[in-house]
Design a binder for this molecule. Sequence first.
Ligand SMILES: Cc1ncc(COP(=O)(O)O)c(C=O)c1O
Length: 391
Amino acid sequence: MGFESFYKRFDVDERVANVAGFNPYYMEIDSGLNEKIWMNGRQIINLASNNYLGLATDERVKEAIISAVEKYGASLCGTPISTGYVDLYKRLEYSLSNFVRLEDTIILPSCYQGNNGLFVSIAKKEDLIIVDRFAHSSLIQGIKAVGCKIRPFLHNNLEHLEGILKRSQDYKQIFVVTESVFSTDGDISPFKEIIDLCEKYNALPIIDDSHGIGVLGNTGKGILEEENIINFKGIYTASLGKALANSGGMISGKKEIINYLKYYCPHLVYSTSLTPSILAGIEAVLKIVSSEFESLKNKLYSNKQILFASLMEAGFETTECIAPINSIKTQSKENTFKTAKSFFEKGILSTPFIEPSVPVNQGCIRLIAGANLTQSTIEEACEIIKSVRKT
Ligand SMILES: Cc1ncc(COP(=O)(O)O)c(C=O)c1O
């Protein structure tokens, strides 16, 4: 194959963006995630970030980050198994374990990397992995890498899951994998019932709580607190780049398995540690969450409700989102891009999802109003929502 035909493989189909005259991806932002962000000389209301609690630009978090840079410098220039394991790193493993009420934790550069590394480290070819049909790309890619049998179950459908479990008792080990909050629609999995099924059929539950940590539960501890799950025997993963407002990923669970991953998860062992600044930033966010979660959560949910009411008043169709996400059903790629363009032109940055992130013609536009947005910005956003609908 010549060079030319090889490079032909990489043609990106940009027709929808060209027709809409708008590409909503890789848009350049010229500021931090303040109440409004700067984009190409304009101030835009940001309803596109996962900065649920609005702590990404909190002054206390910034100060903790600056102090960590002064003490430790820019980078640990080593993986956690070598020079990347500073006191700050160890302390954060402990704090995160305590936070989610599990025995032990490892911290990786991202949850994508964690989910990719987890399955190849713990599952074998003769095992079966049963996974929610709408699970995140990081879980799916991680599961595929094992090379074992994979069975998707219908989204949040316990009956379907039980049917598969019943018919699959010959496998050496069965894993059941799902997410807490599904990020495109904002619905929440019935994880307690999933655990009950796992116990009945000897399967190991694995939950990705990326959109639940710092959001769900009375004190922000996530899905396990929300669904009152005590003594969880499965595996828990989460991103530290959403409500916890930094970056990185965690895997938590029983001491035995976490200790094994410390030595045998290649994605941890062979990858440079998160920088001290990020580790300190996460630590600072956890402190704020432990003392201010109630008011942050009230603000977050109140912002969501106000936006939801204006979406209803304007006549938009939304998913039945329970989490602090509003998701407008826009169906086709064309309509999704057109609506996102209209939001942008009127002053709101949104997140449009088209296939393959969602099934074909089930496009949607996600709006997340973080706890840092003030009443006046929320009111402005509501006015924009109404005018977008009119056009
Ligand atoms: C459900 C879920 N899991 C994992 C990830 C990946 O997390 P990270 O950004 O930390 O790699 C995301 C991020 O988009 C997510 O939504």
